[in-house]
Design a protein around this ligand. Structure first.
Ligand SMILES: Nc1nc2c(c(=O)[nH]1)N[C@H]1C(S)=C(S)[C@@H](COP(=O)(O)O)O[C@H]1N2
Ligand SMILES: [Mo]
Length: 326
């Protein structure tokens, strides 16, 4: 067994190699990782940050966003907002590595000359640049629950605009039934320092039915915690779908395409019986490898020993979305 040969810090693989990442070649991953000597920095992410670490983390936070209106319908929840020092150093962004500690590596993402192409079955195809993303639509703040398929959860104050504003701007034709969202991908930049990801169906892509995209909750985030998105959260624009598992929310979007047919998506292509296209949060539908009945609320430390809460159907958003699935 590969893990028995590892030092104690390596014997908690789920703190380092996530359940979703079980598809990557674990044995080769562990070998190359140790060879590269990054074990110490990964183990470090399980301890509280030093003041130097905290300063480094804060240097990844974005620029303040002005003229944001708090949306009162999404201001208060049944649980407190997760502190940013937890949310912004516990991320899934596999283009930058397989652990939760990708935030330093994600700073390589080049966001300066960003373009988002909106294309396909629309009357007004458009390309938005980075400034457009902050100015084309009125920005609002929404505090949403966030639930990863790996059964951890948090509460995040996003800044952005409803996806339906984009639908109104580009006007899909009657033939448009699905939408495909594609993340940034450049293997020269994104490939993790230690692992070859070449067998995976990059670029990361996700999809929605057009009616799901038009739902009140479906959101494009350009900011978080009052500022533009840090790269580790998917700068400069990512999807937020609070009633679905987190993997549906593709980061660092470069292309949005309106289609007649359901698009292939990243996780669904890798393992269709574990990662459904629909991927709604449903406590009574277990993942084949673990239960979804409860979730852990991300907080101090990184040992997955946080407070457990019951998982809510549609992550607590049934009033908004249940009618989509009846
Ligand atoms: N491009 C891209 N988008 C992605 C991912 C990814 O690996 N690549 N991970 C997804 C998963 S599994 C989750 S849980 C969320 C995590 O978002 P956060 O790190 O901002 O909390 O991003 C999603 N979007
Ligand atoms: Mo996830």
């Amino acid at each position: 067994m590969v893990f028995s040969k590892l030092p104690p810090d390596w014997q908690l693989p789920e703190t380092l190699v996530t359940p979703e990442a079980a598809f990557f070649n674990r044995r080769r991953f562990m070998k190359t990782l140790i060879g590269a000597g990054v074990g110490a920095s990964l183990a470090g992410c399980r301890r509280p940050l030093t003041s130097k670490g905290l300063a480094e983390l804060k240097s990844t936070y974005g620029q303040p966003i002005k003229s944001v209106v708090e949306n009162p319908a999404f201001a208060n929840l049944d649980r407190p907002v997760t502190e940013q020092r937890f949310a912004s150093r516990f991320n899934n962004y596999y283009e930058f590595g397989m652990t939760k500690n990708i935030w330093p590596n994600a700073q390589k993402l080049p966001t300066e000359d960003w373009k988002v192409e909106v294309t396909g079955l629309v009357k007004n195809p458009k390309t938005y640049d980075r400034d457009d993303l902050l100015s084309a639509f009125p920005l609002e703040e929404r505090v949403y629950r966030f639930r990863c398929v790996e059964a951890w959860a948090m509460v995040v104050p996003w800044i952005g605009f409803p996806m339906r504003r984009l639908i109104e701007a580009v006007e899909p034709t009657a033939a448009a039934k699905f939408v495909r969202f594609q993340s940034f991908y450049d293997p020269k930049i994104t490939e993790g320092p230690t692992v070859s990801f070449s067998n995976l169906p990059w670029p990361y892509q996700e999809g929605l039915r057009l009616e799901e995209m038009a739902n009140e909750l479906a959101f494009f985030a350009v900011g978080i915690y009052g500022r533009t998105l840090p790269k580790q959260h998917g700068a400069p624009i990512r999807m937020v779908l609070p009633w679905k598992y987190g993997f549906k929310g593709a980061k660092s979007i470069v292309k949005i395409e309106f289609l007649a047919e359901q698009p292939a998506t990243f996780w669904n292509t890798i393992s269709p019986n574990e990662y459904k296209f629909e991927a709604n949060v449903e406590p009574d539908v277990p993942h084949p490898r673990w239960s979804q009945k409860t979730e852990r609320i991300v907080g101090e430390g990184n040992n997955w020993d946080w407070e457990r809460r019951p998982t809510l159907l549609y992550n607590g958003y049934g009033d908004y979305v249940a009618s989509l699935y009846s």
